[in-house]
Structure formats: C-alpha cells, structure tokens
Ligand binder design. Sequence first.
Ligand code: BGC
Length: 348
Amino acid sequence: MKALTVEPRCPGSARLEEIDEPAIHSGSILVEAVAVGICGTDKEIIGGAYGWAPPGRDRLVLGHESLGRVLDPGPISGLAAGDLVVGIVRRPDPRPCPNCDTGEYDMCTNGRYTERGIKERDGYLAERWRIEPEYAVRIDPSLGLLGVLMEPTSVVAKAWEHVVRVATRAFWEPRSVLVIGAGPIGLLAAMIGVQLGFDTHVLDRVTAGIKPDLVRQLGATYHAGRVPDTGVRADIVFECTGVGQLVLDAIGAAAPGGVVCLTGVGVDQQGVDVPSGLARAMVLNSLVVLGSVNANRRHYRRAANRLAAADRSFLERLISRRVPLDRWQDALKREPDDVKVVVQMAPV
Ligand code: BGC
C-alpha cells in the first residue's frame, strides 16, 4: 500500500512509497484512510525540524489528523464495518507517569509518550492503518469529511477545558475572548468561544479574504494589524501563533484576572526581550499564562460535541483545499486562501 514517509530531521526526505500492510500488533481494528489534515507540525517534520522515527527505523509514516472508515472492527471494539473513525494521536509512556496512568497522557510528565505520525509511531498518512479500540473515536456519520477536523478540534477543546478550570479559580465571570491568529486552531478556538457565549474577537494579519469572512460567519469580531491597536482587553486570550512579540502582546491584552493560553510554537525563534514591566503587570493583575498541547480521549468526545453543534457551512469552508495522495506536495504549498488543507485518499 502507499504511504507518505519521511526521515525525521532530514529535510527533503519525504516521499510516497510502497510499504507493508499495517501490522496486526498496531491494533485490532483495520481502517481504510479517507483523509488526513496537514498542519504546521507536519510541515516542520517534512522540513527536518521535528519528529522521531519508530525505534530501530529511519523512516516514519506521517499524518496525525486522521479520518478513516472501518474495514474490519475486530473482536472487541463495538464498531461496525463502514463506521467513520478518527485515531487519537498520543499514547501513554510505558512507565507510566501518574498522568499517563490515569488517561491524561496529554499531560505526560516524563516526555516518554509517543505520537502517531510525529513521535516514534507510524501515522495515518497510509492507505490503510490499524488502531487499538481505546484510541479509535467513532464520529457522527453525518459529519462526513468534516470529521477530519476532529483532531485539531480536540486540541482546542483541551485548551478551552484547561482555561476554564483556571479561569474559575476566583469569583469571576469571564465574558470576552481574544484569539490571536486565524489559522485552523485559532478559528476553532473562536468557534468554541462563540458556542460558550463569549464576546469573541479574532486578530490576524490579513485584511481581506476568507479569514475575516469566516470570523464574521461565526458571529465574532475580526481585527487586522497590531494587538494594542485593537483596544481589546479580554478576559481570556488564546495566542495561536507562537510569535514572540504576539505572545507578549497577548499578555498585554489580558484584562485583570485574565488567562492567556499559548497553543502555538511559532516559526520565528528570534529572541524577544522580556520587558521589565512584565512581572509587575502579571502579578498586579493576577494573570495566568498556560501552555496547552495535545488531547486525551475525553477531549475528543468534547470535540465531537463541538463539531456537532457547529455551523456546517463554517466547517466546510475551513477545509479550504483537498488534494489527492499522489499530489501530496501540493498540500504543502501555501495558497492565498488556505485555511485547512487535507489529503483525501478515498471518497467519504
Ligand atoms: C498535534 C498534537 C501534538 C503536537 C506536538 C500537534 O500538531 O496536533 O497532537 O501533541 O503537535 O507533537
């Protein structure tokens, strides 16, 4: 079968190749791949900046934003042939640390977790894959191709869950949210903000095109340009770019008692001087800055509810481009109105 593989840390090594059918030890459920979403992490792995091959191997099968159709549900999954499923990305570390031991592997503390398509485990960018029942999540069949948005939505659902837990540490009712960066993660964070009843603002660089339009379709307010110029002071800020200056701007835009959630790792790693007033502003305003990554099974369930409640036409527009597996390189090229690009391997 065909799969997109890469030698991690070796730029330019990605290629489509014939590999063996998935080994039975990788899970009792056999799945036909329908689509895989491409994100910044995939681009980093292909660019040689991130990723780990499985032990004893040089190459890794890419792909972690999955959508597939069950071919053989195996003996114990409770699934049926034809069900649409998404595969959870992370697996707990073997030790396991207390968080992995209790199913919170998204919070692994010893770093020995593995991730499909990213860290030491083959991903889902292959014509067929296998998965263990506890890591397969059935999706509402009416979502169809939109199910490929489940993984990024799970990441955002986890971030929102943690933010709300922190935000409720005091007698305080957060009402406004600012999202910095209108990529898929930012737009999904804004979507959940609107669903939760927040006055939702989104900032990005672009002044026209699909992003401002999608934000307005959500019922949120779009801002272009610099964060301080918006005049927005938000109770909750999601910083989804990882760009140093924007991280500082995110903290500056938080209202007293606010929570700033960082979800982006950023590509520009130029040093940003930490302003001397930062600690003072954070202490005197009781701000919390938290980082959020990955998601456990609970968050996939929450994501499923969020996607079910979402405006389908908004989700359809989020998937701005689909490319066939043979043209995977096109998925990496940035086109003006790209939001989420997916590699589609089979009809839904
Ligand atoms: C994935 C997460 C993963 C993270 C770090 C992200 O792109 O969505 O599941 O934990 O990369 O590897």
